[in-house]
Write a protein that binds this ligand. Structure first.
Ligand code: SF4
Length: 367
């Protein structure tokens, strides 16, 4: 994977004392740094592709709001009771289907938050107050969890704290292979490193600047070897002529490389769009085939493949997975109870039910 290199780093003055600033200075010694009082207006650009141009500069600033939030999920879909910590905003990679193109259209600066101490304090208050509850916490909602790690060292600041908490699993979701710094730390069973996986044909066409399938798989194995739990998200699954062979081969290669008994979970989800996202894709990726397939609008306002096609895709994937990994935990991301029923023959009673299934050591009632 070709490592992202920003053209400039713009730092808010109040972030100069943070460990993230120190790490950036050390790792990006050849990149110009500019210090500003406030980043709000700094670096705004008028390029035709504002979203793409925004990825070229890296901003460092304090986060002013709350870090720890419940994942909003999607109306009418089964939610997996997930919490998110946003330590950065936007992503240096450039997938054609990325929902951030719409979600961050008016706030597209590629930004890392410097006040990691405040983040840990906030998480600590929540986790201590609810010791009886199990939390699955992710950092990859509006950024990739690891793509900037070689420069920021953010995750290396977080892991030692989360590794000591008895009621949490921290999930780091990525399409990169930037795991070197993780290998020096002891996750103590509390950290899941998870990859979004697609066949190389999809990566080549629609996941620009990400690690290849093989690079992701090698990175995953390295993490597994030093004690990290692993997850894989086959999401978004793309339907195209020959998708079955590509996805089946991908799964065979994955299970030949990874010890499935040590997987925490797998998830499945099909391509999701909105009319606004499609507009952004048409402007930025006019040649992508993802704009040509038929989709229907669902109760949450998102466009998905027709339900019978989705069910068929999920059933086939579950069948191929079960052949290699009979008892691995699989869930559907942002799907209705109706689709769950058709794929698995049941649907979780509530979001806590689904969340608790994912707790370490939980006996699965689903397989
Ligand atoms: S890796 Fe994720 S966050 Fe980054 S561009 Fe792709 S879909 Fe968006």
């Amino acid at each position: 994977m070709k490592l992202y290199q920003p053209e400039e780093v713009i730092v808010e003055r109040s972030s100069l004392g943070s460990p993230i600033y120190r790490n950036l200075r050390q790792s990006l010694a050849d990149v110009p740094f500019t210090v500003v009082d406030e980043i709000a207006s700094a670096g705004s650009n008028v390029a035709a592709d504002r979203f793409g141009a925004a990825k070229k500069k890296l901003f460092l600033a304090e986060h002013k709001g709350e870090f720890f939030k419940k994942c909003p999920g999607s109306d009418g879909q089964v939610c997996c009771n997930y919490f998110v910590i946003n330590f950065a905003s936007n992503c240096p990679m450039d997938c054609s289907y990325c929902y951030l193109q719409e979600y961050l259209a008016d706030n597209s600066q590629l930004k890392v938050f410097s006040n990691v101490g405040a983040l840990i304090d906030e998480a600590d208050q929540v986790l201590k107050k609810h010791r009886g509850m199990f939390f699955r916490v992710g950092t990859g909602e509006i950024t990739d969890s690891l793509a900037l790690e070689p420069y920021t060292g953010m995750v290396s600041e977080l892991i030692p704290y989360f590794a000591e908490q008895p009621n949490v699993l921290l999930e780091l979701k990525t399409k990169s292979d930037c795991v070197d710094s993780l290998l020096k730390l002891d996750p103590k069973g509390r950290v899941v490193v998870a990859w979004s996986m697609n066949p190389q044909r999809v990566i080549d066409l629609d996941e620009a600047d990400t690690a290849s399938f093989s690079e992701r798989l090698i990175a995953a194995r390295r993490c597994q070897e030093v004690g990290y739990r692993l997850g894989f998200h086959f999401d978004p699954m793309i339907e195209y002529p020959g998708w079955e062979a590509d996805y089946k081969n991908m799964l065979e290669e994955l299970f030949a490389t990874i010890d499935w008994r040590k997987l925490s979970w797998l998830s499945l989800g099909v391509l999701r769009n909105t009319p606004g996202l499609k507009r952004a894709m048409r402007e930025r990726f006019p040649r992508t085939r993802l704009l040509t397939g038929e989709q229907v609008i669902c109760p949450d306002g998102k466009l998905r493949y027709f339900q019978p096609l989705r069910v068929e895709m999920y059933r086939k994937m579950v069948g191929w997975i079960r052949r290699a990994a009979p008892t691995v935990k699989i869930y559907l991301c942002m799907e209705s109870k109706e689709v769950w029923q058709q794929v698995f023959g049941f649907a979780p009673a509530c979001e806590k039910d689904l969340g608790n299934e994912m707790a370490p050591g939980a006996e699965s009632s689903w397989v």
